[in-house]
Write a protein that binds this ligand. Structure first.
Ligand SMILES: NC(=O)c1ccc[n+]([C@@H]2O[C@H](COP(=O)([O-])OP(=O)(O)OC[C@H]3O[C@@H](n4cnc5c(N)ncnc54)[C@H](O)[C@@H]3O)[C@@H](O)[C@H]2O)c1
Length: 377
């Protein structure tokens, strides 16, 4: 007999730029049904309902009052996350929120408190570390393919939001900048592979003080930059591994890699952690060539296609946790990542190493199969 899939009814809060990627991504999971979309601007909610064939639309209060909604997917801009996540949790709904968890550690702590107080579960982006690439790297580290992990590098290049996002103000205001906007993908990959960070030393600055907006359908022509757009940081992990990071919206071109992890026996090179899948390459001491590792999980989507931009794996992780499964993209993991990233600014302002107060367990690995022998490229 065919197995019946549990149906999880989802309400989306925030009908902006990333909505389509969630609407399309969630549709690929048979256990999900998006039953409502809400926005502070009702015309956006209605447009989204029409475009993605979602039965009900309205504002945030109507979403929380809708008893058919079990999971709220919160894709409002970062400065609204804390308030709207806490309200949804307090209404008894499970919540999956986009990154960053909040714009400050103080706000994020309130969110974490709300999540641990009640019975509703909170999941948070990024979820790309659940994809095959970071999971394969994790498996390689855990099975000793590079020996003991000594160090890592992570380089965030410009996302050039002003060239493609109609309202890129959030990228250059509180909760934005390369550190909080893109940094979570890189930190999630590193913390998943190497464990929690113990201390951070960073230097940060604003590059160009204003940005000309050239995106199609733009709602503003120029932005004043309010947060650092160029940051260099050294992260010391509790394990003793040391990572060198550069996170910048001012690097217009580079040949730097995305993420590499260095061990006593060799090096792992990871693809863009903003995507779920892609080649993870290994070169051990004595090897003449890099070798591509066989993925240890199924792929989320076809590599180098727009399928990598779809979202939904993190919501599936949360839905699985509501049924007693492992909760990998959990709020403690997201809180630690935010704590690490916000400490860049603390380190810059106070001119010192910052010892992290938070920590987290490494999420349970997803490896479905033992890592097969590396295959030659
Ligand atoms: N756009 C992307 O490419 C992208 C990629 C990955 C993650 N994200 C994350 O997704 C989130 C949303 O990004 P976006 O680019 O879609 O933003 P956006 O500005 O395009 O859209 C946000 C929407 O939320 C609505 N909104 C604001 N406050 C609200 C409230 N209190 N209640 C209900 N609706 C409210 C706005 O009216 C708007 O329609 C952010 O956390 C961002 O970091 C975006």
């Amino acid at each position: 007999m065919a197995q019946q899939h549990a149906r999880h009814r989802i309400g989306i809060l925030g009908a902006g730029n990333i909505l389509g990627r969630y609407a399309e991504g969630l549709r690929t999971f048979p256990e999900f049904e998006v039953v409502r979309v809400a926005d502070i601007d009702p015309t956006r909610a209605k447009q989204a309902a029409d475009e993605y064939d979602i039965a009900a639309w309205g504002d945030g209060a109507e979403l929380l009052a809708d008893d058919t909604v079990e999971i709220v997917v919160n894709i409002t801009p970062p400065q609204f996350h804390a308030k709207t996540v806490i309200a949804a949790l307090e209404s008894g709904k499970h919540v999956y929120v986009e990154k960053p968890l909040a714009t400050t550690v103080a706000e994020a702590r309130e969110v974490l408190d709300a999540a641990t107080r009640g019975t509703a579960l909170l999941g948070s982006a990024p979820d790309t570390f659940l994809g095959s690439a970071v999971q394969t790297a994790r498996h390689a580290v855990d099975t000793g393919l590079i020996g003991d992990a000594v160090g890592a590098t992570a380089f965030v290049r410009s996302s050039r939001a002003e060239t493609w996002h109609p309202d890129p103000r959030a990228f250059y205001g509180a909760g934005g900048g390369p550190v909080l906007d893109m940094g979570p993908y890189y930190l999630a990959a590193l913390v998943n592979c190497l464990g929690p960070v113990a201390q951070v030393a960073a230097a940060t600055r604003i590059g160009a003080p204003t940005r000309k907006v050239t995106s199609p359908g733009r709602v503003v022509d120029e932005i004043t930059v309010e947060v650092p757009t160029h940051a260099s940081a050294t992260l010391t992990f509790a394990s003793g591994a040391i990572a060198t990071t550069l996170m910048s919206f001012d690097v217009w071109d580079t040949e730097l890699p995305r993420i590499e992890i260095y061990g006593t026996e060799g090096t792992l090179a990871l693809p863009n952690p903003n995507f779920f899948d892609g080649d993870v390459r290994l070169k051990r001491h004595g090897d003449t060539d890099w070798q591509v590792l066989t993925p240890v999980t199924e792929l989320f989507g076809a590599v180098d296609t727009p399928e990598q931009h779809r979202r939904g794996l993190g919501v599936r992780d949360l839905a699985g946790a509501t049924e007693g499964g492992p909760h990998r993209a959990n709020p403690h993991f997201a809180f630690h990542i935010l704590d690490v990233l916000t400490s860049f600014e603390t380190s810059q302002q106070q001119n010192r190493f910052v010892a992290l107060e938070s920590s987290c367990a490494r999420p349970e690995p997803r490896a479905a199969t033992a890592l097969a022998a590396p295959v030659a490229p």
